[in-house]
Design a protein. Structure first.
Length: 461
């Protein structure tokens, strides 16, 4: 396996002789094998190796034992060891994040800060080919574009993945050959998380029924799609200076020139703009980009689209502007558009509320007007929250036909001043809940319902 990994590292130019490498090690089979293999690579390439570990405090004494195990292994092999202990469950609750998302954020923040302190070290993670295949499927299920379907890249943003050339089985065999005794995280065998369900339930079926080398086929597709995405990205970078200008804390995009590009380049240029303005793409979904494109094509001057992290997309006569809302000099007509985390918590600051979405195993009768339970299989595509628009219609529960939203508000004696602040919960096809008032007919629970989503509006204090 050593030679296979060496060839991969050289082919992808993951590091150079004399580089500093910070290895993320949980103590599990994959990351422990990576540390052990780098002990050999260190000699060949004169690398400066160190190890970082985060105790997420998910599993009490077991988490601490993992940290102690990695510390001991590093001491035995004369490797610098760095530890960070964080109460991730509390952090996740405070930031309204899922446990996985919070752990990832804490872990990579620690590794990036440490890499800088170590003189610009490269961060090495133990993602392998089976992880790659699972990631591709996960992204497909979420409706990802070419960047998502390209999966985990061999090298990106200072992070290298030497094990993308090998499988989980090869790593486990390597551990046995080297007499390594890694720690085993029991939560990896639980199917509560979607990634685990893909690994433990879906992938075995795909390999047995459709293609015995399914992971390899998915990885091959990811490599092809990744190369094509790189070409689109490079083309967008070349066009950037002709279409986008930076002024007064804003990115200004020429509407006519952007509309003249192929739709793939339009999407990539807008993603680049958000990346440059915000610093990352966290929370930005497909529907955000499509809404931005619709603003470029037909947005009225003075309207504004709310984006994640307090950024806004503002329509002008010949341009659109992307900036932090603090850079706005005057109040504008606001349009709320917020993709919902499913499951999870989604803050909507403009309406001073947070939406909680839960996947539940059985129907539980709503206990008020601020929550509903929907048939998950009757909701289509990405779910989002917005405010009313001219011509809105929906099918209230108990009705066979559709009703104008304006008439619904009148019938329910909703004051004019309140109508523009009523959250509308939508899927790709329709409004399925007029928040706090009425669910639609098609998302109702029936005797055939098998999967349930509960939506709750939490008022911010």
């Amino acid at each position: 396996m050593l030679e296979k990994v060496k060839k991969w590292c050289e082919r992808e130019e993951l590091f150079q002789t004399g580089d500093a490498i910070l290895i993320a090690c949980s103590g599990g089979p994959d990351s422990l094998a990576l540390v052990n293999l780098f002990l050999d690579l260190r000699k060949t390439y004169e690398l400066r190796i160190s190890v970082g570990h985060v105790d997420h405090m998910f599993r009490g004494a077991e988490s601490k034992a993992d940290a102690d195990f990695v510390r001991t292994f590093c001491k035995h092999n004369d490797l610098p060891f760095y530890l960070k202990t964080v109460d991730v469950p509390a952090f996740a609750k405070e930031k309204a994040l899922s446990a996985e998302e919070a752990a990832r954020m804490v872990r990579y923040d620690f590794l990036r800060d440490l890499a800088v302190k170590l003189g610009g070290a490269l961060i090495a993670t133990a993602h392998h080919r089976d992880d790659q295949a699972e990631t591709i499927l996960l992204h497909l299920f979420r409706g990802a574009g070419s960047q998502g379907i390209a999966g985990i890249r061999p090298k990106s943003c200072g992070i290298i993945r030497p094990f993308l050339s090998v499988t989980r089985q090869e790593i486990e065999r390597y551990c046995k050959e080297k007499n390594l005794t890694p720690r085993i995280d029991a939560t990896n065998s639980e199917t509560e998380y979607l990634r685990n369900k893909i690994r433990l339930e879906l992938m075995p079926v795909l390999k047995k029924t459709y293609n015995p080398v399914m992971p390899a086929a998915l990885c091959r597709s990811a490599e092809l799609i990744g190369a094509e995405h790189d070409f689109i990205n490079a083309s967008a970078q070349t066009l950037w200076k002709d279409i986008v200008s930076e002024t007064d804390r804003k990115l200004v995009i020429n509407r006519r020139q952007l509309q003249g590009l192929h739709i793939a380049l339009q999407r990539e240029l807008l993603r680049l703009a958000v990346m440059k303005a915000v610093g990352d793409l966290q929370g930005l979904g497909f529907l955000h980009i499509e809404k931005m494109i619709s603003f470029v094509r037909a947005g009225k001057t003075g309207t504004i689209l709310e984006l994640p992290k307090q950024f806004v997309f503002v329509c002008d006569y010949e341009t659109v502007k992307l900036c932090h809302k603090s850079a706005l000099k005057q109040p504008l007509k606001r349009e709320v558009f917020q993709v919902l985390r499913v499951p999870g918590f989604t803050p909507v600051p403009l309406l001073q509320l947070t939406v909680q979405v839960e996947q539940i195993n059985e129907y539980v009768k709503p206990n008020g007007f601020d929550n509903i339970v929907c048939d998950m299989d009757r909701l289509n595509g990405e779910l989002f929250l917005r405010l009313r628009q001219p011509g809105d219609r929906f099918q209230p529960s108990g009705m066979n036909g559709f009703k104008k939203l304006k008439d619904f508000f009148i019938d329910n004696k909703v004051a004019r001043v309140e109508r523009d602040r009523i959250p509308l919960f939508c899927d790709q096809n329709t409004i399925f809940w007029v928040g706090g008032l009425r669910q639609n007919q098609t998302s109702q629970i029936s005797g055939q319902s098998k999967h349930f989503l509960r939506f709750t509006i939490l008022k911010d204090i």
